[in-house]
Design a protein around this ligand. Structure first.
Ligand code: ZN
Length: 499
């Protein structure tokens, strides 16, 4: 006789087998598949998604979850049931007709958005944004707005359990204010040279170089792969088969390194999940914000530090040839830390990036509340860019049409990027407090203590704790933007000669 708990976990694992099959097909589509495969692949993914949804929302699944309420469970098992119940409730509260309509509308809206962006014509996209916002408001009503909260909260729960707009407002307010000042001060100085980032190196040499760094970080190539794709991502099927991708340009090795370290950070999180819990909540990453903290920690706190470049400079010189040898460790460190306000979020540096995110959060919150008319989005966007980043937006293509997210119905997603930065700073500071001189270790290329600290305090827990308690348990305090601001000031202040 098996218990309801064992039966429900067996079902969860089956749903994960379907989802992880889709993941591998999606990875293949981005890296290997010839263009001719597109139509058939869409059908394969569509079927897998339908089967997964049917199993994951079946009456039997619901009954088993109900039956689990009567069982005496140890804390780990109780955490699994709590997460499965939450996911089940969210998956079953929205009627199939609304799910179907959202899927059709967003699929068309993405095409309309791509054309509108190319033509820099927001008016063409505006009616679709109106439809998406209406659908998202309906979805929020079905999901249930948390007590004292707002519709935006109900939507964001998919990406960051427990995240509330009012909490973000408290975190982001001071962050916006202080970053605006810091970026303005930096703008009045002369930046370090970014010539290294613009120097051409053979792509094969770049690939050898970034693989050396990934290996030093501890990415396990027996349980993972690195391939190339247009947009880097981390996929794969489970912790023992993690697929990350990166990209190369002739003359931007900084982008190749940053992308590789970023995706490797995601990959280390996936490889650090417990392999005996595959397909259950304890074997699954908790949230997008925590996931992003792992990628940003390696990309920024490690990869843009002076100690990293002290270790890495001789490797750069050996792997990238004569053209690289005129850049010493200090020049490489400088090139990795060029800060300049710019128009495009995905190309933004570490200091300005979060201002791009805060602008989007403020706008989408007002849109969902109905406080901002879609017709006024371009003007509101441009005003916020002038205010926060001190730059003029010349057109909608480089402004409010640059991101795909809203056309996909992803309302509540953007802030997870900035939460990632804030969690990363807090995890790094806690690791440093526990391990001592991380700079000394990293200058020798010894990244194992940091990786193992993250594994112990973040990775191995899977979804056992929500992001907030996880942070508090790992770092001793709740999320606080001040840790990130101190880190940024501590690094950029001396580099830019700020008082
Ligand atoms: Zn990421």
């Amino acid at each position: 006789m098996t218990t309801a708990y064992e039966d429900v976990l067996a079902l969860a694992r089956e749903v994960h087998l379907l989802d992880s099959s889709a993941e591998v097909l999606a990875w293949d589509q981005e890296t290997m598949m010839p263009p001719g495969g597109v139509e058939h692949r869409a059908k394969q993914l569509g079927l897998l998604s339908r089967l997964s949804h049917e199993r994951g929302t079946s009456q039997r699944y619901g009954e088993l979850l109900e039956a689990c309420a009567d069982l005496e469970l140890d804390p780990a098992a109780a955490a699994e049931v709590r997460v499965l119940r939450r996911n089940f409730a969210r998956a079953t509260r929205v009627p199939a007709s609304l799910v179907q309509e959202r899927s059709e509308v967003t699929s068309q809206a993405q095409h309309v958005w791509a054309d509108a962006r190319d033509a820099s014509d927001f008016r063409a996209f505006q009616p679709w944004l109106d439809r998406i916002l209406a659908l998202e408001r309906d979805r929020a009503a079905c999901l249930g707005v948390p007590e004292g909260g707002e519709a935006w909260d109900a939507l964001a729960e998919d990406y960051e359990p427990g995240m509330r707009a009012a909490d973000l407002e408290r975190l982001f307010g001071p962050l916006r204010e202080e970053l605006t000042v810091l970026v303005k001060e930096i703008g009045e100085t002369s930046p370090p040279s970014d010539e290294f980032n613009r120097t051409a190196f053979p792509v094969d040499d770049q690939e050898t170089f970034v693989r050396i760094v990934a290996t030093a970080m501890g990415f396990d190539f027996r349980r993972g792969r690195i391939d190339r794709s247009t947009h880097p991502f981390c996929g794969g099927s489970h912790c023992d088969d993690v697929r990350i991708t990166t990209r190369f340009h002739d003359d931007n090795v900084g982008d190749a390194l940053g992308s590789t370290m970023h995706e490797c950070g995601h990959g280390l999180y996936e490889q650090g999940l417990p392999s005996d819990r595959v397909g259950t909540p304890l074997g699954t990453a908790i949230s997008l914000g925590i996931h992003e903290s792992q990628s940003r920690l390696w990309e920024n706190h490690v990869g843009r530090s002076r100690s990293f470049w002290a270790w890495c400079a001789p490797i750069v010189h050996a792997q990238l040839g004569a053209a690289a040898r005129r850049f010493d460790a200090e020049a490489l460190f400088g090139a990795a830390n060029v800060v300049r306000p710019s128009l495009i979020r995905v190309e933004a540096d570490e200091a300005t990036y979060n201002l791009h995110v805060i602008v989007r959060f403020e706008l989408e919150r007002r849109l969902i509340r109905g406080d901002l008319d879609t017709a006024d989005v371009p003007a509101a966007w441009n005003a916020l860019y002038a205010e926060c980043l001190g730059i003029d937006v010349p057109n909608d293509r480089l402004g409010c049409l640059q991101d795909v997210h809203w056309s996909c119905g992803l309302i509540g997603y953007f802030p997870t990027y900035t939460l990632g930065s804030l969690y990363a700073a807090q995890f790094y500071a806690a690791a440093e407090g526990a391990l001592g001189d991380l700079d000394g270790l990293h200058a020798r290329g010894d990244f194992a203590p940091l990786r193992e600290w993250l594994r112990e305090h973040v990775h191995r827990h899977g979804m056992r704790f929500d992001p907030d308690p996880l942070c508090e348990q790992a770092t001793g305090s709740r999320l606080d933007a001040e840790v990130f601001l101190n880190y940024l000031r501590g690094k950029l202040g001396p580099l830019y000669g700020l008082a």
